[in-house]
Design a protein around this ligand. Structure first.
Ligand code: HSE
Length: 445
């Protein structure tokens, strides 16, 4: 039987040209230019139209650039550039002027591809609403975990399932730092200095080390996974600056490794989103994520456990994610329509950190005398926190000349953050407790 003609097919007979504007030409932008240039023929075949780079907006048009960048495309007039593009790619970062430029692009009917996690985590809804009103695409695969496809899988592949929990190592710098502390016994400052020397960490490493970068990504992932609105302000954030070499060594002795995790959980009451260093059992797949790599572990009701792994930063890996989005939105331009949009229909309450339920490991320095363990255990019992194990390592003298102290390492069963905090405060008040050395959550067990 003869096939019916495909009357609905809208691919033009002659390839058209789509105008691409690039905002920013740093490490990622340069690699975007390289891919657009070196793979032009393949991209045209995949899109069904030629992608023409019509301009690159930069702060300093005189600055030295990689030879792949055609200097005649450089402009300082970003506003003018976005008005003449079909697709605007933003790799500048930060809130302004990125937000105004993207809103302007959307108003002019351009599809937008952005890697800007800070902007999406702070003011995503404004951009989503503008894109909806204009009927254009807003894609941002590169905003979370660089090259790793995670936005699209969560937004599209898992949209028929019910995601319960997302656990992510979404900051390569801190993963590198913690990995070096674990493998080389470095202290935090030495490991951060090494990360800076290798170009992973910025001169001011605050955004990475204090967990702001991971918190932005956690907010974006939580919003997508749970079809609700989560902003960076909803994320309970703790970085790795308080993690000591001793904590890392102790993690290993108890069969764990310390990772900075971005965690988004859904319960009957709402969602809870947090970023903090956590003890991860060595048997968990996230424990094997080494160096500056990223990974996102997703638990969904029907799919079960999934893990997405790869390079979370760097020019070429991030550009790969950007180009994937460029091809997608360009295809929509050619074929008509737009891709899946953000959905926040669930409108779930965001729960405070105190509601989070996890297991804990608490390390104490105590006076070494009979009855101390009983006093500590009594405080845990009073607060309803159940003990899973207690260890008292040999080699008591932690300080020269002090020989009547011991270390206690208490692992708990699941407890709320509120109960644990109250417990630790009460333990600190015991005369026999010299100091609380660390309180770490155990995740992924
Ligand atoms: N600074 C981030 C990291 C990459 O270390 O993973 C950009 O989000």
């Amino acid at each position: 039987m003869a096939q019916q003609p495909r009357s609905d097919r809208t691919i033009p007979l002659e390839p058209t040209t789509l105008r691409v504007a690039l905002l920013g030409c740093g490490v990622v932008g340069t690699e975007v230019v390289r891919l657009l240039t070196t793979q032009a023929a393949d991209l045209a075949a995949r899109v069904g139209a030629r992608l023409e780079l019509v301009g690159i907006a930069v702060r300093d048009v005189e600055a030295e650039r990689d030879p792949v960048v055609d200097r005649s495309l450089l402009t300082s007039d970003a506003e003018g550039l976005v008005e003449k593009a079909d697709v605007v790619v933003e790799v500048v970062g930060g809130i302004e002027p990125a937000r105004s430029l993207l809103l302007r692009a959307i108003e002019h009917g351009a599809a937008v591809v952005t890697a800007n996690k800070a902007l999406l985590a702070q003011d995503g809804p404004t951009l989503y609403a503008a894109a909806d009103a204009a009927g254009v695409d807003l894609y941002f695969e590169a905003a979370v975990a660089g090259a790793i496809p995670i936005v699209r899988p969560v937004r599209e592949s898992l949209v028929g399932d019910r995601v319960q929990r997302v656990l992510g190592i979404v900051n390569g710098t801190t993963n590198y730092v913690l990995d070096r502390m674990a493998t080389e016994g470095l202290d935090l400052d030495a490991a951060v200095a090494e990360a800076q020397a290798l170009g992973y960490a910025e001169a001011d490493p605050t955004a990475d080390v204090e967990g702001f970068d991971a918190a932005a990504k956690a907010a974006i992932l939580a919003s997508l996974a749970f079809h609700t609105r989560v902003s960076i302000d909803d994320v309970d954030r703790q970085g790795i600056s308080s993690v000591t070499a001793d904590d890392v060594a102790w993690a290993a002795r108890t069969g764990h490794t310390i990772k900075l995790l971005a965690i988004a959980e859904r319960s009957d009451e709402g969602v809870q989103v947090r970023v903090h260093p956590a003890l991860v059992p060595l048997t968990h797949p996230l424990a094997g994520v080494r160096g500056a790599f990223n990974a996102v572990f997703v638990e969904a009701e029907a799919a079960g456990e999934l893990m997405f792994y790869g390079r979370g930063a760097g020019g070429a890996p991030t550009a790969s994610a950007v180009l994937g989005d460029v091809v997608s939105v360009a295809r929509h331009r050619v074929l008509g329509g737009r891709g899946p949009v953000e959905s926040a229909y669930a409108a779930l309450p965001v729960l405070p950190a105190s509601a989070a339920r996890t297991r804990y490991q608490v390390r104490l320095e105590v006076t070494d005398q009979p009855g101390v363990l009983a006093q500590v255990a009594a405080v845990l019992a009073e607060h309803g926190v159940s003990i899973e194990a207690v260890r008292q390592p040999p080699g008591r003298a932690l300080e020269p000349g002090v020989d009547d102290v011991a270390q206690l390492v208490i692992s708990t069963h699941t407890a709320t953050e509120a109960a644990l905090r109250a417990t630790v405060a009460a333990i600190e008040g015991l005369d026999v407790v010299r100091r609380v050395l660390s309180v770490l959550r155990v995740e992924g067990a």
